[in-house]
Design a protein around this ligand. Structure first.
Ligand code: PLP
Length: 429
């Protein structure tokens, strides 16, 4: 056990580590000493209700005994074997994934993060199609390595541009009916934002894939209108372009389906996921591909891999996580409690002039703050964040923290996404 005091833990962490998304000099990390269920316990003993599941990961909540036991057992049995070997954990997980993923996605590449899983997806799409361009969308996030940040359609790319510019990625419009970038109104628009992607494919030769977050996560829990995904699937099929669904955040029951694509009955060619796959007990990412892609690689060398790919210590807890999700009925729970939470959030929107929109599915929601409900002007922009200004969302999150609740604030909205084991009483609170 550590002999460090809570204050020493904070000081050593701050002194020797980079803090993300903030000026280093303003970073005083909170010491999290313990956690249980939906609660984090701080170094000074406060119990915090976690209403964003630690970056939308901790779907099962903390201290799930079955997952803990699976980690201990795997460490005893076989901590590591090279990716070229077969292991029991790998076989068990593969069998379960075939059952829970959208039908037909049954060839897997395991990584240790969502970012790496996206990199694998881009490489597979480019090798399979022999084409280079990926069409991504604005207001998206796909990871932080050179390739995945180049595919990220939000200002976070600025930090690495111009180096990341033009790395085979072009951007189409986000699907954001509340703030439509092309000033249309659904449904009379006929989903023009999907038509625009078709226009891009037609005019750009060499498009390998269209990359989407089925429900956009960090950038505001943006749910597309019902016709969008089926339309996009048809467009991709018509032009021989692959459809990649990045379900790193939206997967694993978060939206009230195992995967968000299930809401529209659309199967992508490649599905990328991470986070909830192990409820973040260990780091695991997954790139799942269709049979036709798998068939191609029977005769073609897939020149890709990581030392920690298919690491047994990451796979065994994923098996336990899926079993626990099934035992506790968490996908159904996210759907039914999601309806309850939606009602509460809509009350909040009616009560407060600064809540412009609430949107989401299941237990995956955004509360969007605006200065004015008619103009929809946000309180802050990303430039304010980069300039180190105190953001309104951060001020509110600070007050909420004082009440014993943590919530993820991002520029001018909150992501409301409690663990899927949350209770009605905790939602009321
Ligand atoms: N894709 C999406 C949609 C994400 O939300 C994230 C992370 O938040 C990533 C990719 C990157 O995953 P990771 O942080 O595990 O590398």
């Amino acid at each position: 056990m550590s002999t460090l005091s809570s204050q020493e833990i904070v000081e050593l962490t701050r002194k020797y580590n980079y803090g993300t998304w903030r000026f280093q000099k303003g970073w005083t990390p909170m010491h999290i000493a313990d956690a249980e269920g939906c609660y984090l316990i701080t170094g000074d003993g406060r119990r915090l209700l976690d209403f964003s599941s630690q970056l939308m990961c901790s779907n099962l909540g903390h201290k799930n005994q079955a997952v803990i036991d699976s980690i201990a057992k795997q460490a005893q049995d076989l901590a590591y074997a090279m990716p070229g070997y077969a292991t029991e954990a790998r076989a068990e997980l593969s069998k379960l994934l075939v059952e829970v993923l959208p039908a037909g996605l049954n060839k897997f590449f395991f990584t240790t993060s969502g970012t790496e899983a996206n990199e694998a997806a881009f490489k597979i799409a480019r090798m399979y199609t022999g084409k280079t361009k990926i069409i991504a969308r604005y207001r998206s996030y796909h990871g932080s390595t050179s390739g995945s940040i180049a595919a990220t359609g939000d200002p976070r790319r600025w930090a690495m541009e111009p180096a990341g510019k033009g790395q085979g990625v072009i951007f189409g419009p986000e699907v954001h009916c509340y703030k439509c970038p092309i000033k249309h109104t659904y449904p009379s628009c006929g989903i023009a934002c999907a038509d625009y992607l078709e226009h891009m494919i037609r005019n750009e030769s060499d498009v390998a894939a269209v990359l989407v977050e089925p429900i956009v996560g960090t950038n505001g829990v943006i749910v597309p209108p019902d016709g969008y995904m089926p339309k996009l699937r048809k467009i991709c099929d018509a032009y021989g372009v692959l459809l990649i669904a990045d379900e790193v955040m939206s997967g694993w029951g978060r939206s009230g389906e195992w995967f968000a694509m299930n809401h529209w009955g659309v199967v992508p060619d490649i599905l990328v996921t991470a986070k909830g796959i192990t409820s973040a007990y260990v780091p695991l990412g997954l790139c799942a591909t269709s049979e036709k892609i798998a068939a191609y690689f029977e005769d073609h060398y897939f020149a890709h891999g990581h030392t920690y790919e298919a690491h047994p210590m990451t796979l065994a807890p994923a098996v336990a996580t899926i079993h626990e999700m099934e035992r506790l009925g968490l996908v159904e729970r996210a759907r039914s409690l999601g309806g309850y939470m939606e009602g509460k959030l809509r009350e909040l929107m009616e009560r407060h002039v600064c809540v412009g929109d609430v949107r989401g599915k299941g237990l995956f929601w955004a509360v969007d703050l605006v200065k004015n409900k008619t103009t929809k002007e946000p309180f802050n922009t990303y430039s304010d964040k980069v300039a180190g200004k105190v953001l309104v969302v951060d001020q509110i999150a600070g007050k909420v923290l004082g009440e014993g609740v943590t919530i993820q604030a991002w520029v001018s909205h909150f992501v409301v996404a409690p663990p899927l084991i949350v209770t009605k009483e905790e939602i009321d609170r």
